[in-house]
Design a protein around this ligand. Structure first.
Ligand code: GUN
Length: 301
């Protein structure tokens, strides 16, 4: 393997230490800590595990944290009322509703009801608009794209003037990361192409990329011959392709594969993210940063 590994697990530790230090400084100077509420409706096992990790991380940083678990049959009106309650709660700076929601609840209506100034996921249309405008307008960049930008920045790969190709056009990853990297400013200023299921020649576009970001949800979609030698390859795909027995615990665990054929791609790329342990660990870290920033906006610091 010739590519350098971009490990989210390592970058996360550095970022969390920075956040913790800032939390302590703000607490000493202003007597307040960031407050995060995660709302979980029902008991989807994957959601439960994500929410627990978010709360555990918030707790380890000294945040005020609340896990608000609601029954799967909560009414839409009751959920909206809960969002109103947390909007008015001055100890809460970040509100997150874990997705997906049960089918009887209109997800868009719920996301639209989150206070845009506490929307640490960055999914509210106001924050999507702020991201598009860019610069100082941006309050809460969505967490996975923010993590990707941070990984690229820490790799030392130049984004200004770089050819970036984004594979996938989702609202959570493809559209926002493309928008963020084309903005004027540090860690951006790139020439961005977005390719998707309607694109005629995926390979030819990918071959131009100095930075290739793949968020398609198709295991092994990107072949090694699609990668420009020395390119920085960010694989956002986390695909369950089977199960295996964990050697230590003896339990059945998922076999995860990215959207890039990792072993072959690592021989050609300059930098590459592993799956798992690449982009994944960055998402919760950036959620913590957004929550800290929300408090800083509130304090005007
Ligand atoms: N479900 C899966 N990923 C996410 C996320 O980033 N935010 C929320 N709110 N729900 C999710």
């Amino acid at each position: 393997m010739s590519a350098k590994l971009l490990k989210g697990t390592e970058i996360r530790e550095a970022l969390l230490a920075e956040i913790k230090q800032e939390v302590e400084a703000i607490k000493a100077a202003h007597g307040v800590v960031p407050g995060l509420v995660t709302i979980l409706v029902g008991s989807n096992p994957a959601s439960l595990s994500y929410v627990s990790l978010k709360i555990k991380t918030a707790h380890s940083l000294g945040f005020h944290e609340i896990q608000d678990s609601q029954p799967a049959d909560i009414s839409e009106a009751a959920l909206l009322a809960l969002l109103e309650k947390y909007k008015r709660d001055d100890t809460i700076h970040g509100i997150l509703v874990q997705l997906p929601l049960p089918p009887h609840i209109n997800e868009k209506k719920v996301l639209d009801a989150i206070d845009p100034d506490k929307d640490v996921d960055g999914f509210h249309p106001v924050n999507v608009g702020r991201l598009l405008i860019g610069g100082k307008e941006v309050k809460f960049p969505p967490c996975t794209p923010a993590g990707i930008q941070e990984m690229i920045r820490r790799s030392g790969v130049e984004t200004s003037g770089a050819e970036v190709v984004v594979v996938g056009r989702s609202n959570i990853v493809g559209k926002p990361i493309a928008n963020m990297l084309m903005q004027k400013g540090p860690g951006a200023n790139a020439t961005v192409t977005v390719v998707h299921t309607g694109t005629k020649n995926l390979a030819a576009h990918c071959q131009r990329a100095d930075i290739l970001i793949v968020a398609a949800g198709v295991p092994g979609l990107v072949k090694p011959e699609w990668i420009k030698p020395g390119a920085c390859v960010i694989d956002v795909g986390v695909n369950r392709v089977g199960e295996k027995t964990d050697e230590k615990t003896g339990r059945q665990v998922a076999i995860l594969r990215g959207d890039v054929d990792f072993d072959a791609a690592a021989k050609i790329a300059g930098f590459i993210t592993p799956v798992p342990g690449g982009v994944g660990p960055m998402t919760i870290t950036m959620l913590m940063r957004n929550t800290l920033n929300s408090l800083k906006f509130r304090l005007g610091i």
